[in-house]
Write a protein that binds this ligand. Structure first.
Ligand code: ADP
Ligand code: MG
Length: 607
């Protein structure tokens, strides 16, 4: 039998460990347990959540498991197999290292732990309730550890009441899960909530993991980042500027495989993206730092995700330059001087006497790719005519980085510009097709309408301008308890969009009004579908509430494929589309407009 590996930390070390509550909410329990699974060398981790973790957080791993003795010890405070002296605290590269997590969890929940090493015949089963051992016996279980944390804060009602809504707690849970998933792409991981799979991630490369979490559109949206210096290694991905988010969403820093927050370094990225982003949008990034642990000041407060680099300024400069370089390589910043950028001279930064200036960028780069396109579209009224449409698209000609829309999208002849003369037709009741100078313009009608509505709703939500119609007969709907919670949470914003909602009892509501201009045939179904996509947006995309609602509503209300449109409707749709801020892509990032160029059509007839 292998020697037992957990030791009790000496008091002196224990005292060096910042005190504080380890477990504040279901998500913090999940984080601790997941980190233990990683430390145990697992290759497959399954997470089962009930009621946003309030009822159950179960995590099953196939890692090294524990001996009978270690299993009982593991719930003792400052029991850890991972650290023997204070010095180790700073050198430690594993995730958990305080020996506090299981003890804290065992103190505030009903915990059942089943664990088995592969060299042991039998597993050990331990039940703990409010720090009291209720059961400890041999049992049958597979190799690895299976821990169930039930009724968190059952013995501290104040804490339990302090928890946020189910939707909010679930969001925290998914966030923690994602953070762990993003540093362990080689581990297959899945998470289920109330028996529904939220994420099922196969093992694979980092980019595969990102795509599996955030959607396949990310494949073409990301640019790799790589920089190896003697100080630090930086790897990861950044989002192309044109896909920057309206909400602060996918922004991740990891240091030595731990998620961290670092506002100062965040600024370095913002700064590198400077001029490339439209106003009020945020760059996407997944940045991984690898650095000698001696060079970090870790605040070992258990719940802090903040760390500091000893030489923050140096890291700032390296990071900023690395990002510029990555953007430059992909021709996103055409004004960058590559040769200079690639041969980063670190000694330059090290010389503390020299002021840190920016040696890389040409100062006169007044280049703003958005000046010609989005910002000019932004001011267009919805009633723009075809001429305007073409003008605005023509504006894209000068947008050097855009390959999304054909540059030669210019009208054939000026007399063809008026709406009446444009022939629009519908293909399969799905695509609207018309002629432009360079060829055929195809527009996906559903996605186009989604984009139009999305921007309209979002604007309304931001300006808090309510537009309701009392056209509906009051409709009663009944929802599941968790959906009812969400509906209440969204009520204010839904009101702005025109829904007039009154709660009748716990799970029933009466809907008195609907958004102006929206036909809703089945209110119950409409609300359910809307909540469904709201939830999936929340889990998969972590969208901010307004954006999420706008998106969920737009996708529900938008004209579906298969709907026949008359010429005025088609023209209206096209006009409205090109008055949008981002007419090329649906809110979900899918292409709306495509041009089949005449040269490509000619090619078809050459054989
Ligand atoms: P720490 O992770 O800081 O050591 P914890 O309280 O999280 O402290 O865990 C205590 C100990 O229990 C760990 O050091 C480890 O030896 C053991 N342990 C916890 N979870 C697992 C697991 N899933 N697989 C194997 N061992 C585990
Ligand atoms: Mg731990």
């Amino acid at each position: 039998m292998m020697s037992d590996i957990i030791r009790l930390l000496p008091d002196s070390v224990a005292n060096q460990i910042a005190a504080g509550e380890v477990i504040q909410r279901p998500a913090s329990a999940l984080k601790e347990v997941l980190e233990n699974c990683i430390d145990a060398g697992s290759s497959d981790i399954k997470v089962i959540i009930k009621d946003s973790g309030k009822t159950l957080i179960q995590v099953i791993d196939d890692g090294c498991g524990m001996s009978e003795k270690d299993a009982s010890l593991s719930f003792e405070r400052h029991a850890t197999s991972k650290i023997h002296s204070a010095k180790d605290l700073f050198a430690i590269k594993t995730l958990g290292f305080r020996g506090e997590a299981l003890a804290s969890i065992g103190a505030v929940a009903q915990v059942e732990l089943k664990t088995k090493r592969k060299e042991d015949e039998l597993a050990t089963c331990i039940q703990i309730e409010g720090s009291k051992v209720k059961k400890a016996e041999a049992c049958q279980s597979q190799n690895g550890t299976n821990i169930s944390i039930k009724n968190l804060f059952f013995n501290t009602p104040a804490r339990r009441n302090f928890l946020k809504s189910n939707a909010a707690e679930l969001r925290h849970i998914v966030e923690e899960f994602q953070r762990v998933a993003l540093v362990n792409p080689d581990i297959s991981m899945s998470i289920f909530h109330n028996n529904k799979p939220l994420l099922q991630l196969n093992s694979g490369s980092l980019i595969e993991r990102i795509v599996a979490i955030f959607g396949k559109q990310y494949k073409e949206r990301l640019i790799p980042v790589e920089q190896k210096t003697s100080e630090i290694t930086i790897t990861g991905f950044i989002g192309k500027p044109q896909y920057a988010k309206k909400t602060r969403g996918e922004q991740f820093f990891f240091t030595n495989n731990r998620f961290i927050k670092h506002p100062y370094l965040h600024h370095a990225i913002d700064n590198a993206f400077q001029e490339l982003l439209p106003q009020d949008s945020f760059p996407t990034y997944f940045i991984y730092f690898d650095i000698d642990p001696q060079r970090i000041d870790v605040n070992i407060h258990p719940t802090k995700t903040e760390i500091n680099f000893q030489d923050n300024q140096l890291i700032y400069a390296i990071l900023r330059s690395t990002i510029r370089q990555a953007l430059g390589k992909f021709n996103i910043t055409p004004t960058i001087d590559f040769d200079q950028e690639q041969s980063i001279d670190l000694t330059y930064f090290r010389d503390k006497n020299k002021p840190v200036t920016n040696p890389f960028l040409k100062k006169d780069s007044g280049y703003n790719p958005f000046e010609q396109s989005h910002s000019s579209l932004r001011n267009k009224s919805n009633r723009s005519e075809w001429t305007e449409l073409y003008k605005s698209i023509e504006g894209k000609k000068t947008e050097t980085r855009s390959n999304d829309i054909d540059n030669s999208l210019i009208p054939d002849d000026s007399h063809e510009n008026s709406l009446e003369n444009k022939i629009l037709f519908q293909l399969k009741n799905k695509y609207i097709i018309t002629q432009v100078k360079s060829g055929l313009l195809l527009v996906d009608q559903h996605k186009a309408h989604e984009r139009i509505l999305y921007e309209k709703y979002l604007k309304r939500l931001e300006e808090k301008k309510s537009l309701s119609q009392q056209e509906l007969f009051p409709q009663n709907i009944t929802l599941s308890p968790s959906d009812a919670d969400i509906l209440i949470e969204l009520e204010e914003n839904l009101k702005i969009l025109g829904f007039n909602i009154n709660q009748l009892s716990q799970n029933t509501f009466v809907i008195n009004g609907s958004p102006a201009g929206t036909k809703i045939e089945n209110t119950q179904e409409f609300i359910e579908d809307m909540l469904e996509s709201y939830k999936s947006n929340l889990v998969n995309l972590n969208l901010e509430q307004k954006t999420n609602i706008a998106r969920a509503m737009a996708s529900k209300v938008a004209v579906q494929a298969g709907t026949s449109l008359n010429p005025e409707e088609m023209a209206g749709l096209i006009n409205d589309l090109f008055s949008c801020q981002i007419p090329e892509y649906s809110p979900g990032g899918q292409r709306i407009v495509k041009i089949i160029r005449i040269v490509d059509i000619d090619e078809l007839f050459k054989k």
